[in-house]
Design a protein around this ligand. Structure first.
Ligand code: NAD
Ligand code: UD1
Length: 339
């Protein structure tokens, strides 16, 4: 298939491009480069040994998107392009609603107009809110605590309504749990700007000495050791989940959790990182982070049943690959600020 990958120069998008190319698909990548570097396109080509077609463009711009669809034969779209910083979405809600919703609507409209029947959407486990774990696809969604989360829930509803009105259109809503890790080459991975908000990049930067100490947000949750439990998934497994979703996509709306089904606490993750990489990660316990829930992990059985996909890489591999990427990245970087 000829696959249009929006946000394909970003973290999950770049790994998915590699997985698509390795599975024999062609990709057209579009990205406005607002949260990534242009070099990731060369790195995708380097890993997969295939030339990648890339356009720097904003997918909220209906006219440019129309030209793209007119000029290329597209069999399917994987829509990653979006803004994802939870805190920023609270400060700038309009930026998030416009970017994340308009992009989805513009792309869906182009699909309908040009007869593209496969649309895969990046959703998030955040749409489950504080439901009872493990989260199942059939659960009623609960309100999220921030505009970012709302854009995911709203995009899911918009796409579902579009399918109701256009029953031949096929949409896969992929609810990601916590993507971590990097490609084993160390060429692509997650390189957050500034101080990371998410646990794994923060741990990696503490290990590297860029940050002094990990702050663990609360140890009084009703979990195995009191710290928050999450379902960490290796980004390469996640990427392969997209290929499976696209390959199996038929008309209608199909919702899948992409997680491992395994919960890991913050303390367990720190220990796994230390053991996998033979390095110390100093930490202190601080207050809970507002908006956090105690536990979030998937019932991942539907994706296995219907797509034949399961996550294969364990927490040790996730920690090892995150560390390898952090080391490679910091070796190339000039900055060595300790905060
Ligand atoms: P990312 O920021 O690395 O990638 C998103 C890419 O989209 C970036 O390269 C950015 O430049 C681009 N982009 C943003 N707005 C655009 C626009 N209007 N037009 C063109 N390009 C645009 O983030 P990621 O972690 O790879 O996430 C990909 C998708 O998965 C996002 O939609 C995100 O909300 C969703 N998601 C991510 C996580 C996670 O933890 N990383 C979890 C759940 C869902
Ligand atoms: C965050 C986002 C969520 C998004 C998800 C995946 C928030 C409030 N939620 O969720 O919307 O879908 O990432 O990208 O940002 N932790 C620490 N110290 C740290 C960082 C994190 O103790 O410095 C803990 C958290 O309290 C949590 C766990 O580590 O228990 C994982 O945190 P994080 O990586 O930020 O992911 P989520 O909270 O699951």
């Amino acid at each position: 298939m000829n696959v249009l990958v929006t946000g394909g120069a970003g973290y999950i998008g770049s790994h998915t491009c590699v997985a698509l190319l390795e599975a024999g698909h062609s990709v057209i990548v579009v990205d406005n480069l607002s949260n990534c570097k242009r070099e990731s396109i060369e790195k995708i080509s380097q890993i997969a040994d295939v030339k990648v077609t890339f356009y720097e463009m904003d997918v909220t711009d209906a006219q440019t998107v129309d030209v793209l669809f007119r000029n290329h034969h597209i069999d399917g779209v994987i829509h990653f392009a979006g803004l994802k910083a939870v805190g920023e979405s609270v400060e700038k809600p309009l930026l998030y609603y416009v970017n994340n919703l308009v992009s989805t609507m513009v792309l869906a409209e182009a699909c309908l107009q040009y007869g593209v029947k496969r649309f895969v959407f990046s959703s998030s486990a955040t749409v489950y809110g504080d439901n009872k774990v493990p989260f199942e696809e059939t659960m009623n969604l609960l309100p999220t605590t921030n505009p970012y989360g709302e854009t995911k829930a709203m995009s899911e509803r918009i796409l579902t309504d579009i399918v109701k009105a256009n029953p031949k259109f096929g949409v896969s809503l992929l609810r990601y749990f916590n993507p971590v890790g990097a490609h084993e080459s160390g060429l692509i991975g997650e390189a957050p700007n500034g101080i990371p908000n998410n646990l794994m990049p923060y741990v990696a930067q503490v290990a590297k000495g860029k940050l002094k100490k990990l702050k663990i947000f609360g140890n009084d949750y009703p979990t195995v050791d009191g710290t928050g439990v999450r379902d960490y998934i290796h980004v390469v497994d996640l990427a392969e989940g997209h290929v499976a979703a696209l390959d199996n996509l038929t008309a209608g709306v199909h919702i899948y959790n992409l997680g491992t089904g395994q919960g890991t606490s913050v303390l367990e993750l720190v220990k796994a990182f230390e053991e996998a990489n033979d390095i110390k990660v100093p930490y202190e316990i601080v207050d809970r982070r507002p908006g956090d829930i105690a536990s979030c992990y998937a019932d991942a059985s539907k994706a296995e049943r219907e797509l034949g996909w399961t996550a294969k890489r364990d927490i040790v591999t996730m920690c090892r690959d995150s560390w390898w990427f952090e080391k490679k990245m910091s070796d190339q970087s000039v900055s060595s600020t300790v905060v």
